[in-house]
Write a protein that binds this ligand. Structure first.
Ligand code: COA
Length: 355
């Protein structure tokens, strides 16, 4: 038992070292030393996933091997599809968690298994959603990870929108000791298997304070008829001391560079729309009134909507990318492990007689 506490929520506490990601002095998110926004602008999803998971940008041969492993033509087995049919209506994050957990993976070694899990995520997501909607599952196409994911979620092939999705996926991939990654590292520190550790991360990502913010953002942004409506909404929320989803961040206190990157992309797509102007008006109002920056989820919601992706997919899409970051942390944690087992300051009674 201890008698002093670290700050609540481990705010500002460094609990271990990592070589995977950090933010630099200018507030830029770095993956293995490279700025995430530069990677999003210039690299493919597969190149960045290789970098994050395995530590280096791939050469041509490594890229071809890696791409084949994560984008192969994987159809789900009949047993998995039958189980999906039995469940019918299911929350998609619950479906991801359940089917990621029971999937009969062939690999036993850590890295091949991590790649196998990641490669199944788009199929698990798409098939669960379609069966839940009374539709037949789609077969994957022979494209990149992003093209395949875009197709599986929309039923259409669109190179331009797939590339737009790819940029966002790259920005979602990794963020050092965020809540889901920390949950994964706690699980990994017990030396449990990668599947179990990823299920812990998926369960944590589902919470509205972590990954669940983006769909709530869309619900309010699409309701505004004018910028004045948008500002009134933000004003009322702050007066009632309610949180506005899509604002605030544990790490970014002035600007989330990922959000600003997506805002720039969105401006190119729908810079004249009421939704875009409402979003920028709220951003400015909340910053002036509360000094809270818009986070990635704020602009990601409208961005995904603009490229034709339905709101129910926003959170599980995040998982389809973050799974590579989780994998990197699984490898890092188990390579230099000590079980994560903090202590607490006890505030309950002592010495009670058992009646
Ligand atoms: N809307 C309104 N006020 C907010 C806010 C938001 N989205 N986020 C933080 N605040 C306020 C808090 O109420 C608190 O105010 P107070 O000091 O007057 O009590 C202050 O800012 C600090 O917030 P806190 O929740 O303690 O910060 P945190 O670092 O613990 O939490 C988040 C970070 C992301 C969980 C938090 O900002 C939040 O809940 N945001 C909304 C959910 C979201 O968008 N999540 C996606 C994250 S990428």
């Amino acid at each position: 038992m201890a008698d002093t506490l670290v700050p609540k929520g481990l705010d500002g506490v460094a609990v271990d070292v990592t070589a995977i990601a950090t933010t630099d002095e200018s507030g830029n998110l770095l993956y293995r030393g490279y700025r995430a926004i530069d990677l999003a602008a210039r690299k493919s999803f597969e190149e960045v996933a290789h970098l994050v998971l395995l530590g280096s940008l791939p050469d041509q041969k490594q890229l071809a091997d890696f791409r084949a492993k994560i984008t192969g033509n994987h159809s789900l087995s009949n047993e998995i599809i039958d189980t999906m049919r039995e469940l019918k209506q299911v929350n998609l994050m619950d479906a991801m968690r359940s089917f990621a957990s029971i999937y009969p993976y062939a690999s036993k070694e850590t890295v091949p298994l991590l790649l196998e899990i990641a490669s199944r995520f788009p199929q698990i997501l798409s098939s669960s959603a379609r069966i839940s909607d009374g539709e037949e599952p789609l077969k994957p196409i022979r494209g990149t990870y992003s093209e395949n994911l875009y197709y599986l979620l929309t039923g259409t092939e669109n190179k331009q929108h797939s590339r737009a999705l790819e940029k966002l996926l790259i920005l979602y991939m990794e963020h050092e000791f965020n809540a889901s990654t920390f949950a994964l590292r706690v699980a990994a520190s017990t030396l449990t298997d990668p599947v179990s550790a990823i299920v812990a991360a998926l369960s944590t990502l589902k919470g509205p304070l972590h990954g669940g913010a983006n769909s709530e953002v869309l619900t309010y942004l699409l309701n505004f008829k004018s910028e004045a409506d948008a500002i009134r909404f933000a004003e009322q929320k702050l007066e009632k001391k309610e949180k506005i989803m899509g604002f605030g961040h544990r790490i970014y206190k002035t600007k989330d560079p990922r959000a600003q990157f997506v805002k720039g992309e969105l401006k190119k797509l729908i810079g004249d729309s009421i939704a875009y102007h409402s979003a920028t008006a709220i951003e400015e109002y909340v910053w002036n009134r509360k000094s809270l920056p818009a986070n990635l989820d704020f602009y990601a919601a409208l961005y995904l909507h603009t490229i034709g992706i339905k709101e129910k997919y926003y959170l599980p899409i995040f998982a389809c990318s973050r799974v590579f970051g989780w994998g990197a942390h699984y490898i890092e944690q188990t390579a230099n492990n000590k079980i994560i087992r903090p202590t607490s300051v006890y505030t309950g009674p002592k010495g009670l007689e058992v009646p």
